[in-house]
Design a protein around this ligand. Structure first.
Ligand code: UDX
Length: 459
């Protein structure tokens, strides 16, 4: 873990408080808590405001102050897998409770240090009006990659150009305005509201444009052209200060207890032999997809570490039956856990590849450990990340036809056994080196972090 360098301004920051407001989803809580830790190490006092839904275990962060707000979600709304619907609902429900919380915190000003700014997850577009009302600068943190943020920003354009209604025969075509994305990569997230994703994205874009700066968990050496473009598009200063996990691990903010048996099992495996399989915290498989994944693993001769989190497949009874028979067949070659200590797993010498859904945190964690990827994206930013992993950064291979056995098996072979795979491994290792350099003193991410601190101190 790198130190957060350069605390020369520590004294000036004493007495400055920052409010951070994470969106209540695992892939969003992790990086916001990491960002909070980075800024705390730089001398700021941190207040985290969070919803009751997916609330954060405060006992793990005694150095932060927490405020929990009502989110008004009914039980069935909280258990939905429709992220767009959930976020639109939360943006409506939280206006009043968050506004009251903010008013209380700001009225503390006479007895407590001044609040410099509000750092929101970009999903919280409703906060813009509150920022105006309370004259509080807002910095927006986009938890996705910069290239994904750009692709989301272009959604309305893609819709206008008719790209969202392309016939199947044209889905492999490249998008002229956004190479190397293909028509099938357009990051539409299905929702029960047909226009939900467009409402969400245009609100995020507007609030990004009004923000005093944009923060990314990425690094210049990986996404330089995209960073330049988004700065122009949003007319805000951008700060690519990642990968955050080089400063602080994400695992303490895990909503589930990681199963350490994963590491004990890995300790018994040969170097670079194991394929780690995990599709993050939000993806759901149907039974056919689950059988296909199980069948790829069962038919292989390689060792696999497989995360089957509760709820990965909606029908858990059928899945248990499937796994019971499966485990007998694969004996000790496959180890299954509910939830893995992912960063530790990826850093383990036995890991040879990561079969991932290409969520941004998983992608960054894999690059940081120099692990090449097999990408099976499902929706949203996963489509963009995996396209860039495959076509631009060339640090993994994307499975193009979905969860279909034959192609996945071939991709695994290419990555694990062939010259192409060797070159991919070398490239991801060279990015690992770049990450080490950019998070060291004087490196690009450290410079951006200093830029962010200067920005906050200027408010
Ligand atoms: C969601 C979206 O799916 C993703 O596309 C977007 O980029 C962020 O929000 P999620 O699906 O959870 O996130 O994926 P990802 O961003 O990869 O985050 C998963 C996090 O959970 C990672 O930090 C990973 O280390 C952690 N994890 C996952 C574990 O700690 N253990 C596990 O077994 C699986």
């Amino acid at each position: 873990m790198e130190a957060v360098h350069g605390n020369s301004n520590l004294e000036t920051k004493k007495g400055k408080r920052l409010i951070l407001f994470p969106a209540p989803l695992q892939g969003h809580i992790n990086p916001v808590i990491q960002l909070a830790n980075i800024l705390h190490a730089k001398g700021f006092d941190i207040i985290i405001v969070h919803t009751k839904f997916n609330s954060i275990d405060q006992s793990k962060y005694p150095h932060f102050t927490f405020h929990s707000i009502q989110d008004g979600l009914l039980e069935h709304e909280a258990s939905t897998s429709d992220v767009v619907d959930l976020m639109i609902k939360l943006n409506g429900n939280c206006v009043q409770p968050f506004g009251e919380c903010l008013a209380n915190l700001l009225s503390d000003g006479q007895t407590k240090p001044v609040i410099s700014c509000l750092i929101i997850d970009s999903f919280w577009y409703f906060t813009r009006e509150l920022g105006d009302r309370f004259k509080l600068p807002i910095l927006a943190f986009r938890t996705v990659s910069v290239c994904s943020a750009l692709a989301f920003n272009s959604l309305l354009l893609f819709q206008k150009l008719g790209y969202l209604s392309k016939p199947d025969s044209e889905l492999e075509e490249e998008i002229p305005e956004f190479p190397p994305l293909r028509m099938k990569d357009i990051p539409v997230i299905k929702s029960r509201y047909p226009d939900g994703i467009f409402k969400l994205i245009s609100s995020i874009l507007e609030s990004n444009r009004a923000a005093s700066g944009l923060i990314f968990n990425s690094f210049r050496e990986l996404e330089e052209p995209a960073l330049t473009k988004i700065s122009q598009e949003c007319q805000s200063p951008t700060f690519a200060i990642g990968p955050f996990l080089k400063y602080f691990p994400a695992s303490p903010s895990s909503l589930m207890e990681p199963d350490q048996s994963a590491i004990h099992w890995l300790n018994k495996q040969a170097p670079k032999s194991v394929i780690y399989v995990s599709f993050g915290s939000t993806v759901h498989l149907n039974e056919a997809q689950m059988s296909e994944v199980a069948s790829v693993i069962a038919n292989s001769v390689r060792p696999f570490l497989w995360v089957v989190r509760p709820g990965l497949v909606r029908n858990s009874f059928r899945v248990e039956n499937l796994l019971n028979g499966f485990l007998e067949a694969v004996n000790r070659r496959v180890h299954i856990v509910n939830w893995a200590p992912q960063q530790e797993v990826l850093a383990h010498p036995a890991i040879g590849g990561f079969w991932t859904h290409s969520g941004w945190n998983s992608t960054l964690e894999s690059i940081c450990e120099g692990v090449p990827m097999i990408c099976s994206p499902f929706y949203g930013d996963q489509l963009i990340n995996s396209r860039f992993v495959n076509d631009v950064w060339k640090i993994g291979l994307r499975v193009e036809k979905g969860l279909v056995k034959g192609e996945i098996e071939r991709v695994i072979e290419r990555l694990m056994d062939e010259k192409e795979g060797k070159e991919i491994r070398e490239r991801v290792l060279s990015y690992k080196e770049k990450i080490n350099a950019c998070t060291e003193e004087g490196g690009s991410s450290q410079q951006s972090l200093q830029g962010l601190i200067d920005r906050i101190l200027s408010f």
